[in-house]
Design a protein around this ligand. Sequence first.
Ligand SMILES: Nc1ncnc2c1ncn2[C@@H]1O[C@H](COP(=O)(O)OP(=O)(O)OP(=O)(O)O)[C@@H](O)[C@H]1O
Ligand SMILES: [Mg+2]
Length: 212
Amino acid sequence: MSKTFVVTGTDTGIGKTVFSAALVQALDAHYWKPVQSGLEEETDSELVARLAGAEPVRILPEAWKLKTPASPHLAAQIDGVEIDPLALVPPQLERPLVIEGAGGLLVPLTRRITYADVFARWQLPTILCARTALGTINHTLLSLEAMRVRRIPVLGVVFIGDEVRDSQAIISELGMVRVLGRLPKLDRLDTETLRQAFSAHFDMDDFVGEKA
Ligand SMILES: Nc1ncnc2c1ncn2[C@@H]1O[C@H](COP(=O)(O)OP(=O)(O)OP(=O)(O)O)[C@@H](O)[C@H]1O
Ligand SMILES: [Mg+2]
């Protein structure tokens, strides 16, 4: 059976989709964004398709596409629909699958259920994306605590941004977590620069080998 990874983050807008695109490209994987809030700008699925060079067939359709760019629980309410978190079930596929949540772990899908509840039910290797910029130590350690309390399997942390050696080290030490790598901010972001950055900064064995 092919491997499925969950990509979450410490916050919204930190680079989860860009990292997911890199992983999709490296693993020749499928991508699934179960709940997309906001359809005016390029959606996460469209960004992954553009950056990973993924054929449309490898981008799975969203389970809920919500018009309002807000937390899914509110976007759904405004759109007049209700998200059923139990209906979110990762499909079994021939190739690996990368699933991206929305925002951070405790983003509500309904007024009662957060993404973290869904990740806990899934029990899939979960990657926490974190900035390297100021504020990241607290956000990342809090997110790791939230994952551990709920017994969400933590594959490791991925940093996004310029190298900040001490922040990265202290997160790894205090958070007792493996650092899978760091995706630098790319001045030109396209399929080729992303492919090169992933291969220079990550070890495929962390995603396909014994360690994964
Ligand atoms: N490694 C990077 N190099 C250059 N630009 C980046 C990188 N990562 C993210 N960005 C920029 O930041 C924007 C936001 O990143 P991204 O969409 O990946 O965030 P996100 O965490 O997935 O947000 P959301 O919570 O909305 O899903 C991207 O559109 C891109 O312009
Ligand atoms: Mg995203």
